[in-house]
Design a protein around this ligand. Structure first.
Ligand SMILES: Nc1ncnc2c1ncn2[C@@H]1O[C@H](COP(=O)(O)OP(=O)(O)OP(=O)(O)O)[C@@H](O)[C@H]1O
Ligand SMILES: [Mg+2]
Length: 251
């Protein structure tokens, strides 16, 4: 049975533990001087080390919600904590740094740099982070192996299939060991079998790296694979289904 949209009592006491805590969040777009309310009254806690899916019909506000969590956009009202930080009030340069360190992104259309090889695409965030060359090459090789692309590192995105590109994107998203990976409909441009393989890979990587994954998806297979499902309709959360019990860590 879906529970209410309020966070479980145990998690309310410790917002710093949680990758995302939203209270009374609203976001309204202004289009040709007309207000388009995209989200309102959003209260949401995303638990650590979980695979959470945001599900809802087209136009319900999934991308808007992920953009707020990903610190790509800011809310108009309410409070938002990501990774225990009040990101809403963070200055722009600090926010970019926070995003690069703590968040990984997987996009519907892969968003790989076409002139770089698969290896270089995964390596790029580590170069930006200033990681020494030996360490970063080892890390990239390990990640490419983990996503099943050990033999494809020299290929450019144009020489890879859609599923392989998305595997590179997953490896890149995890390169800096983020605490949270966000994916906006990551299987939408893949056929059903490839989409299932990617979900299985993400599930495996989420558990192996002990990171929180948040997806938006209409795909029943993605919803089925989730630990927690957040249902959204017309910019409001209608239910939160938590399929695993939450035990507050004692440490
Ligand atoms: N930049 C924008 N300017 C104005 N309105 C917008 C903008 N982006 C989204 N909207 C509106 O906000 C609402 C929520 O859009 P959003 O893209 O978050 O939905 P979604 O659930 O991701 O949909 P989809 O499943 O089609 O991707 C919609 O009514 C949409 O038209
Ligand atoms: Mg969307």
């Amino acid at each position: 049975m879906p529970s209410s949209s309020h966070p479980p009592a145990a998690s309310r006491s410790s917002p710093l533990l949680h990758p995302v805590v939203m209270k009374g969040i609203a976001r309204t777009y202004r289009l040709d001087s007309v207000d388009v309310p995209a989200l309102s009254g959003i209260n949401l806690v995303i638990l650590p080390n979980r695979f959470t899916v945001i599900s809802g019909p087209s136009g319900s506000g999934k991308t808007t919600l992920l953009n707020l969590i990903g610190c790509i956009d800011r809310p108009d009202a309410g409070t938002l904590m990501v990774g225990g930080k009040p990101v809403q009030t963070m200055p722009h340069d600090q926010l970019s740094d926070f995003r690069a360190r703590q968040l990984g992104f997987v996009f519907q259309n892969f968003n790989l740099l076409p002139v770089l090889t698969a290896f270089e695409n995964v390596e790029y965030p580590l170069i930006l982070a200033g990681m020494p060359v030996d360490k970063r090459r080892k890390r990239v090789a390990k990640l490419l192996e983990a996503v099943g692309l050990a033999d494809h590192g020299r290929k450019r995105p144009g020489q890879l299939s859609g599923g392989q590109r998305q595997r590179v994107a997953v490896a890149r998203a995890l390169a800096r060991k983020p605490q949270l990976v966000l994916a906006d409909e990551p299987t939408a441009n893949l056929d059903s079998k490839t989409g299932s393989d990617i979900i299985e890979l993400m599930r495996h990587m989420q558990q192996r790296h002990r990171v929180a994954f948040i997806f938006s998806s209409h795909d029943p297979k993605v919803i089925e694979a989730a630990d927690d499902v957040v249902y959204i309709h017309d910019g409001r959360i209608t239910a939160i289904e938590r399929r695993l019990a939450w035990v507050e860590p004692t440490a």
